[in-house]
Design a protein around this ligand. Sequence first.
Ligand SMILES: Cc1ncc(COP(=O)(O)O)c(C=O)c1O
Length: 368
Amino acid sequence: MSPLATPYYLIDENRLKKNMEIIQHVREASGARSVLALKCFSTWSVFELMSQYMDGTTSSTVYEARLGYEKFGKEVHAYSVVYSASEVEEVSQFATKVIFNSVSQLKMFKHLVQGKKIGLRVNPGISCSHYDLADPARRCSRLGVNNRDELSDVVNLVSGMMFHFNCENDDVDNIISSISLIGSRYAEELKRMEWISFGGGISFTKPGYPLDRFCRALKDFSENYGVQIYLEPGEAAITGSAELVTTVLDIVHNEVDIAIVDASVEAHLLDHLIYRTSPGVSYPGKGTNPFMIAGRSCLAGDVFGSYGLETVLKVGDQVRISDTAGYTMVKKNWFNGVHMPSIVVRRLGGTVETVRSFSYEDYINSLS
Ligand SMILES: Cc1ncc(COP(=O)(O)O)c(C=O)c1O
């Protein structure tokens, strides 16, 4: 059998299942339901597996809500930073809950949401994020209601509240104290709710995460206020479950050895450019041979990073970039017309399936 043509994202269902089992454990131990944040990961070819362990999806737009409804099933939380009237009508066809971002949107559109639960996003004024860009409670944030009086006035119009206030937070003490602060600050409103969401950004599937303490805090909160808790894991659901498999096309030298591969950070792993981070390399292994690995787009800074590798790279070698499931496939783009990586899934039983490949037709059809 000929090897698969690179570049491709390789999703490993066995690795995904490990995260799913943790999510299921949290569900059983705390009672908190988990809905997948589609903004992070929308590759529906593995939803059949994920939907066995999760309670549904949460979305940011009508398209995501429709995707969740059609491909994942179960509950569909439809949140959007802003809706038009026609979008509220459209999203109501797919959603089990419609969550508004502001009091003005709630008042304007609640009558268009027929027979669905309505929620409101609240900005609790606290957050944990390593990046200002992704900090939901940053100064002048437009994300959620921050005015207490405004919230009190409309609390009888909603059955739930959503607090998304974390990004890559792996500190359980911080989560526990934030949850307790939210509890005491919004006690009156919480007692009138049926459900609340603590959003995403909690790294609870990370190895060694103190799940027992996390689950206890969620359970206590849920019992104290009589609410069904939801979590909205994106990254935590898919962390560690995919690689970007590339091939070295050229080696150049400018102070350092630079391997140029057939993929691009800008087009295929955009978040690393936005947040100025470097992905890991899972193959070749770590060693003493220094290499810069760079992407093929024209952008000068299209660089994956600098690594010490166990082999000296040469043209034709495979390089695998690790942990490439989250905020990657959902953000890939056609910059420079760079060939878009296929999507390949290693199924639970070990078979390897190319679930999507892209061609020139896809490129021209994305423009006109
Ligand atoms: C409202 C909301 N829920 C869930 C998520 C998922 O976050 P993460 O992928 O960090 O878990 C996000 C991410 O921005 C979000 O804005």
